[in-house]
Design a binder for this molecule. Structure first.
Ligand code: ADP
Ligand code: MG
Length: 233
């Protein structure tokens, strides 16, 4: 699904440059649930943003679902992003004056999906994350865990091939974190390929595979017997 070869990324800092990713090689198969672990500042978000086509790379090769991602103009990049990728962020990034249902339906609007189908899909995915009864509530009326569920439903609504989550539990307490990870595991069980960036070991342990990032390279890449979040919930 994802193949990265010798990926490099630097940030220009005035006259110098900060070399953040120094030759990343890895691939992800369809249906995997992968944690990208590393301490703060190790380049996890940088890597996820490149995989998510939100940022470019300096050198290397990126193949996403058989497509070589290279020198795309913004229109083409947006097309692939919409088709292949769903995003979940630590800070939820919901629109506060839109209801849960409207938030979930919004990406479909930009994809010119008909009104009826937008409603149906949004309700389907809100139901999947357990928030059918909250469809007409505003984000301000929801708990942190519920907001993240809405964000997950929104990411799924366009039925992407890959779900990219950057510290999805970073703003949540421990119990709520486990509930959200339980949902992520469920969605993975249904076949979705998911990458979860986290600096928390107990969150990483709920993924089938842990890729450890340090000093700009992958220092460890291991398959594990994942812990079921439901053990905690
Ligand atoms: P992580 O997500 O693992 O905490 P990041 O990928 O956000 O790490 O950042 C890696 C390094 O790159 C950090 O030192 C950070 O300060 C720096 N960095 C991130 N984004 C930018 C940017 N847009 N411009 C300059 N430096 C950045
Ligand atoms: Mg980060």
């Amino acid at each position: 699904m994802i193949e990265i070869k010798d990926l490099h990324k630097s940030y220009k800092m005035g006259s110098s440059a900060l070399h953040v990713l120094k030759g990343i090689n890895f691939s992800v198969k369809e249906g995997e649930l992968v944690a990208i672990m590393g301490s703060s500042g190790s380049g996890k978000s940088t890597l996820l943003n490149i995989l998510g086509m939100l940022d470019g790379m300096d050198s290397g090769e990126y193949i996403l679902d058989g497509v070589l991602i290279k020198n795309l103009n913004e229109t083409k990049a947006a097309q692939y992003r919409n088709k292949f990728l769903g995003f979940v962020f630590q800070s939820f990034n919901l629109i506060n004056y839109k209801t849960a249902l409207e938030n979930v339906a919004l990406p479909l609007y930009y994809q010119r999906v008909s009104r009826k189908e937008r409603q149906d899909k949004a309700l389907k995915y809100l139901t999947k994350v357990g928030l059918k009864d909250w469809a007409n509530h505003l984000p301000g009326e929801l708990s942190g865990g519920q907001k993240q569920r809405v964000a997950i439903a929104r990411a799924l609504a366009a039925e992407p091939k890959v779900l990219l989550a950057d510290e999805p539990t970073g703003a949540l307490d421990s119990k709520t974190s486990h509930e959200v990870m339980d949902l992520i595991q469920q969605i993975n069980d249904e076949g979705k390929t998911i990458l979860v960036v986290t600096h928390e070991e107990d969150i990483a342990n709920m993924c089938k595979r842990i890729v450890h990032l340090k000093d700009g390279v992958i220092v460890e890449d291991k398959k594990i017997n994942q812990i079921r979040a439901s053990q905690y919930v």
